[in-house]
Design a protein around this ligand. Structure first.
Ligand SMILES: *[C@@H]1O[C@H](CO)[C@@H](O)[C@H](O)[C@H]1NC(C)=O
Ligand SMILES: *[C@@H]1O[C@H](CO)[C@@H](O)[C@H](O)[C@H]1NC(C)=O
Ligand SMILES: [Zn+2]
Length: 554
C-alpha cells in the first residue's frame, strides 16, 4: 500500500514535470529521445501505473501495423494528382467551436494542407423568421458567421456550407411546430418531400444560408441515410397518381432541391452518395441528376474494397463526370469514442488512395472531404473531439500532400515532428493539445479503475452490498482504498484541466454538456466507491447478521 502511494506520488510528479517542463522544452526532449532510441524515458518511466503501460502498448501496436501499411502497395501512378480540393468537415452539431477558436483552428488547418472546410451548421446556424425555432438557443449570430467566413478567407480556406434537405432533419422535425412534416409520424429523421410546407421550409433554409454565404462555389445538400421514403399518405398518393416508385420519389426531391440551388444561386450542389448505391441506373439516368449534383462517395473503413464494389464505380462512371470522396479523420469508430485511433483513420486514407488508383481511369476524383463527425446524429452523444483528432487529421493530410506516398510509419513520425510531439503522437504542441493530452489521460484513469474492480479484494470485499451495508473487513478494504483515493485525486485535478482546456475552444454550455456526459458519470462511480470504502474504514465494530435493516444510502 505504501508502495502504491509512492508510485502515485512519482506518477503525479512526473505528470506535472511533463506538463510544465515538457511543453517548454519539447524539441529538446524530442531530439534527445530520438537520438537515444528509447522512447519516453522522461514521460513513461518504470514507476508509473499500469495505465501508462497501456499507453505504451497502444503505440507499440500502432508501430507494428504502421510498418506494414503503405509498403506493400506498389503505387503505379500517384492517384492524388486530380485531387484538387482537400476539405475538412467541421461537424458543428456537437461541441461547436467559439468564434475565437476559429482564429487558431483555420491557420492550423491551412498549414496541414487543407484547401477548405465543409461547415455542417445543423442547429448552430442563426435561422430567422418562421425558422427561428430550429436554431439552437446558443446558435452563432449572423455577425459570428460573417466573422468565421472572414477568418476562413484569410487562411485561404474555401467554405462549403452543408444543410440537410431530406434525411437527418432531426433538429427540425423533433419540434412540435414541425412535427407535421415528418414522413413517418413517430420518427424525426426524414421530411416528407410531398408536403408543400416541407418545400417552403427547405427553400427558406437554403435561402437563409445562401444569404450569409455570398461568395461560395459549392453547397452541400446532405441527403444521406434517408431511411423512410414514400411511406406517408401524401407520398403514396402522389406515387400512385403519377406512377413512380420510391426510388423515383427520392430522385425527384433531390433533383428539385439541387435545381433550386443551382438555378437560383449558380452554385454547384454536392450530396452524399449512399442513396444512389442501391438505385437502378436507368432511374438515375432518367432523372438527369448526373448533370445537377456532384456526389461525395463516402466510406470510412480501412478496407473500402470490401464495401464499395467495382459495379458501383462502373455505374457511377456512366452517370457522373467526376466524383468526390468522403474519408474520415475522426468520428467513425464508435459513437462514444474519446481517444482517436490514428492508425484506423490513416488506414482509411490509404484505402482511398488504392481505390482511386483502381478506378481513376473510369472517373475523375475531384476532391476529398475528410469527415470529422462530432455526433452520429442530432440525438447521439459525443465522439472524439476535434483537438483529439488533430494528430489524425495532420497525418491524413500528410499522406495526401507529401511529395510521394509514404508508408504509415513514416507518415506518423513526420506528423509527430510537425506537431512537436514529445512522445509519438502524445504530449504535442498545437492549439488544443492540452485537451488532447488530458483526454488520453482520462482513459488511463478509466482503465485503472476497471483493473481495480477486477481485483479479488474488490470482488470479494467491496461489492455494492458491502458498501451499502457498511459491512466489510477493514484490512482488506485498506488494500484498495489508497488506489481508489489516488484515482479520485487524479480526477479532481483532471476536472480542472479539462474544464480550462475546453473553455479555450468551446462555449460554456458545450463544456458543461461534455463534462456531464464524458467526465461526471465516471467520477460519480469512483466517488461512490470512495465514499463506501471511507464509511467502512470508519467502523470499529460490525453488527450481527442478518443485515437487512442497516442498508445505507450512499
Ligand atoms: C401543393 O401545391 C400545389 C401547387 O403548388 C397544389 O397543386 C397542391 O394541391 C398542393 N398540395 C397540397 C397537399 O396542399
Ligand atoms: C486501431 O485501429 C487499428 C486498425 O483498425 C486496429 O488494428 C487497432 O487495434 C486499433 N487500436 C486500438 C487501440 O483500438
Ligand atoms: Zn410523404
Amino acid at each position: 500500500m505504501r508502495r502504491s502511494y509512492t508510485l502515485r506520488f512519482l506518477f503525479l510528479t512526473a505528470t506535472c514535470a511533463v506538463i510544465i517542463v515538457g511543453l517548454h522544452f519539447y524539441m529538446y526532449i524530442y531530439n534527445k529521445r530520438s537520438s537515444q532510441d528509447n522512447s519516453g524515458q522522461i514521460i513513461v518511466d518504470k514507476h508509473q501505473p499500469s495505465s501508462f503501460r497501456l499507453f505504451e502498448e497502444r503505440f507499440s501496436k500502432t508501430d507494428q501495423v504502421s510498418s506494414q501499411e503503405g509498403q506493400e502497395a506498389e503505387w503505379k501512378h500517384d492517384p492524388r494528382g486530380n485531387l484538387k480540393h482537400k476539405i475538412v468537415h467541421l461537424d458543428l452539431k456537437g461541441m461547436p467551436l467559439t468564434v475565437k477558436a476559429f482564429e487558431s483552428l483555420f491557420p492550423l488547418l491551412a498549414k496541414t494542407g487543407a484547401t477548405g472546410v465543409l461547415m455542417e451548421y445543423e442547429d448552430m446556424f442563426p435561422y430567422e423568421g418562421k425558422l427561428e425555432l430550429i436554431s439552437n438557443k446558443e446558435a452563432y449570430s449572423r455577425d459570428d458567421i460573417t466573422r468565421i467566413l472572414e477568418l476562413a478567407e484569410s487562411s485561404n480556406l474555401k467554405v462549403i456550407p452543408l444543410i440537410q434537405t431530406f434525411g437527418h432533419l432531426e433538429f427540425v422535425l423533433k419540434l412540435s411546430e414541425f412535427e407535421k412534416l415528418r414522413e413517418v409520424p413517430k420518427y424525426m429523421q426524414v421530411i416528407c418531400p410531398t408536403n408543400n410546407d416541407s418545400v417552403i421550409v427547405l427553400k427558406d433554409m437554403v435561402d437563409q444560408v445562401m444569404a450569409l454565404h455570398p461568395k461560395i462555389e459549392y453547397f452541400h445538400i446532405g441527403s444521406d441515410e434517408v431511411y423512410h421514403i414514400g411511406q406517408c399518405p401524401l407520398c403514396t398518393g402522389l406515387m400512385n397518381k403519377i406512377g413512380i416508385d420510391e426510388s423515383q420519389l427520392f430522385l425527384r426531391h433531390v433533383s428539385f432541391i439541387a435545381e433550386y440551388v443551382k438555378n437560383k444561386y449558380k452554385v454547384q450542389p454536392l450530396m452524399w452518395d449512399d442513396e444512389f448505391r442501391k438505385l437502378d441506373e436507368v432511374s438515375i439516368q432518367k432523372s438527369g441528376i448526373g448533370n445537377l449534383v456532384e456526389i461525395v462517395v463516402w466510406n470510412y473503413n480501412p478496407d473500402i474494397e470490401n464495401h464499395l464494389p467495382r459495379t458501383m464505380w462502373e455505374k457511377y462512371s456512366r452517370i457522373f463526370k467526376s466524383v468526390w470522396v468522403g474519408s474520415a479523420f475522426k468520428g467513425a469508430n464508435k459513437p462514444n469514442s474519446a481517444v482517436v485511433n490514428e492508425t484506423l483513420y490513416l488506414g482509411n486514407h490509404y484505402a482511398w488512395l488504392r481505390t482511386m488508383q483502381d478506378f481513376e481511369k473510369l472517373l475523375t476524383f475531384k476532391g476529398i472531404i475528410l469527415t470529422g463527425w462530432q455526433r452520429y446524429d442530432h440525438f447521439s452523444g459525443f465522439c472524439e473531439l476535434l483537438p483529439s483528432a488533430i494528430p489524425s487529421l495532420a497525418a491524413c493530410m500528410t499522406l495526401l500532400t507529401a511529395p510521394t506516398i509514404q508508408p504509415m510509419s513514416k507518415i506518423l513520425m513526420e506528423t509527430s515532428l510537425k506537431l512537436h510531439c514529445a512522445n509519438f503522437l502524445n504530449i504535442c504542441k498545437f492549439p488544443g493539445s492540452i485537451l488532447h493530452q488530458e483526454i488520453i489521460q482520462l482513459e488511463f484513469y478509466k482503465e485503472s479503475f476497471k483493473k481495480l474492480k477486477e481485483k479479488h479484494v474488490f470482488l470479494g470485499w467491496a461489492e455494492e452490498s458491502n458498501l451499502r451495508h457498511r459491512f466489510s473487513s477493514p484490512s482488506h478494504i485498506e488494500l484498495i482504498f489508497q488506489e481508489i483515493n489516488s484515482i479520485k485525486v487524479d480526477l479532481d485535478r483532471s476536472r480542472v484541466t479539462l474544464v480550462q482546456a475546453l473553455q479555450e475552444l468551446y462555449p460554456q454550455w458545450s463544456v458543461d454538456e461534455w463534462m456531464s456526459s464524458r467526465f461526471e458519470p465516471f467520477f460519480n462511480k469512483v466517488q461512490h466507491v470512495h465514499t463506501g470504502l471511507t464509511n467502512i474504514l470508519e467502523m470499529n465494530t460490525f453488527p450481527r447478521r442478518p443485515l437487512e435493516n442497516q442498508v445505507q444510502d450512499l
